[in-house]
Design a protein around this ligand. Structure first.
Ligand code: GUN
Ligand code: ZN
Length: 435
């Protein structure tokens, strides 16, 4: 007999119908889970009879059940870099980030931070992330070990960086290729884990190293039976960075062309930021089906600039939202959505709340090539879900009394919400965190 787990409460997720994003909302819903996967979601009144012989229902009163958040661009080694004062990107990297990342040569230190980082993701309702590690191979091993123990779906990669950084953090062309390859062999598609080839960004890689990164992408492509490795890096985040790339790669048409020309663009490639893209770069990113992780909290914290979600969408580019901790100053995807909304307001348009939640769930799953198993509550997807307490704060509870519909409810959550709302987190059908 099939073993079902039943959860009753308000349920929300997004679906895509012919390219349109639509919210699905059951004010009194039932979610049926079996063996770590979604069986069905629907109205409690309709579904409960079908499963009435099953064991007792877990009832989450005054709560919203939704898919776990997916953070498509984050740096686990920057857990303690968060909240570093007073600099823009390049100075911030040298003054804080490269100093902290050197500590990850110590396996015990790296292990502790990996555990703290995963704790913090769950506290904030983030169930999947694609994270940079450091250039130390072991920083990746300890991260995967920690994620595997918790049965989390995670993507990680060893930073490739062979110039313009402290010697202690620099690898070289051969070792970065060999280390990345052995990590791929060990971890990629092992259980819920996958690998992302991770050249930090063009200024810290020689052309030779980027060529090796592209070689790895070609050696592990998508096939019928297995997903290929992803690629994560940074693009067009800061004006000084862009000037620097012009000096370092004078033959390139633009920043994206550095990656594109060497074979690093494509459907498995996720570029962080993209806030100063030229029209040519938008067009070429669309042509190559390259993906974008937008990082609003980071862009505001470091003063990098304002992204243009409308242009990205007009070009048909697949986009998700991401925290970019420790450039970003919050692990909370509520905060990420909130700041994304304000960036759009500064550009004189609105980010509607359903879209905001889409960009942190299903759209992020698409960006990571994981919408077959994550992102919403379609049947057979993996049951990574969170329970939000709608009475977590007095202000929220009071404000929600006048919320008229799901859009209004979601907008209150993304502007007033934080980790206090996350009362439970389920990973593959098992409760992994309880407030
Ligand atoms: N560009 C290169 N490295 C980094 C990093 O660690 N954080 C951010 N935000 N941008 C980068
Ligand atoms: Zn980043």
């Amino acid at each position: 007999m099939t073993d079902y787990n039943l959860y009753r409460g308000s349920i929300f997720h997004c679906i895509e119908d012919g390219g349109n994003v639509e919210p699905v909302y059951f004010p009194d819903g039932l979610m049926v889970v079996s063996k770590g996967r979604i069986v069905e979601v629907g109205e409690y009144s309709e579904l409960s009879a079908k499963f009435s012989s099953e064991k007792s229902i877990v009832h989450f009163k005054d709560s919203l059940i939704m898919p776990g958040f997916i953070d498509s661009h984050i740096h686990y080694p920057q857990y303690k870099v968060i909240s570093s004062y007073g600099t823009s990107l390049l100075e911030w990297l040298n003054k804080y980030t490269f100093v902290e990342e050197q500590k990850f040569s110590d396996i015990d230190y790296a292990t502790k931070v990996a555990e703290l980082f995963l704790d913090e993701l769950l506290i904030n309702g983030t169930t999947t992330a694609m994270t940079f590690c450091t250039s130390h191979k072991q920083s990746v091993d300890v991260f995967y070990d920690a994620a595997e123990k918790r049965n989390l779906r995670m993507i990680a990669g060893k930073v490739m960086m062979d110039r313009n950084a402290p010697d202690e953090l620099c690898d070289d062309i051969e070792s970065s290729y060999a280390d990345s390859k052995s990590l791929i062999e060990k971890w990629h598609n092992k259980g819920r884990l996958s690998y992302a080839v991770t050249p930090r960004f063009a200024p810290t890689s020689t052309e030779g190293q980027l060529i090796q990164a592209a070689k790895l992408l070609k050696e592990y492509p998508n096939t019928k039976s297995a997903k290929g490795v992803l690629l994560q890096t940074h693009l067009n985040e800061n004006s000084d960075e862009i000037d620097w790339v012009k000096e370092l790669y004078p033959q390139s048409k633009n920043y994206f062309d550095v990656y594109d020309n060497l074979g690093l663009s494509g459907t498995n490639s996720v570029f962080g930021h993209c806030i100063h893209n030229s029209t040519d770069e938008y067009k070429r990113m669309a042509e190559t089906n390259s993906k974008v992780a937008l990082c609003p909290t980071s862009n505001l914290f470091l003063g990098s600039g304002l992204f243009a979600l409308d242009e990205l969408e007009q070009h048909g580019i697949n986009v998700a939202l991401a925290s970019d901790v420790g450039g970003g100053d919050s692990f909370s995807m509520f905060d990420v959505m909130n700041q994304a909304y304000k960036i759009c307001r500064l550009n004189d348009y609105n980010l509607d709340p359903v879209k905001a939640f889409y960009l942190t769930t299903l759209a992020a799953a698409k960006v990571l090539n994981m919408s077959d198993c994550l992102g919403n509550f379609e049947s057979n997807k993996e049951a990574d879900f969170i329970v939000l307490d709608l009475n977590a704060t007095e202000l929220l509870a009071q404000r929600l009394k006048t919320a008229k519909n799901i859009n209004d409810l979601l907008f209150c959550l993304m502007t007033l919400g934080d980790d206090r709302l996350v009362s439970k987190v389920y990973i593959f059908g098992q409760c992994a965190y309880q407030k």
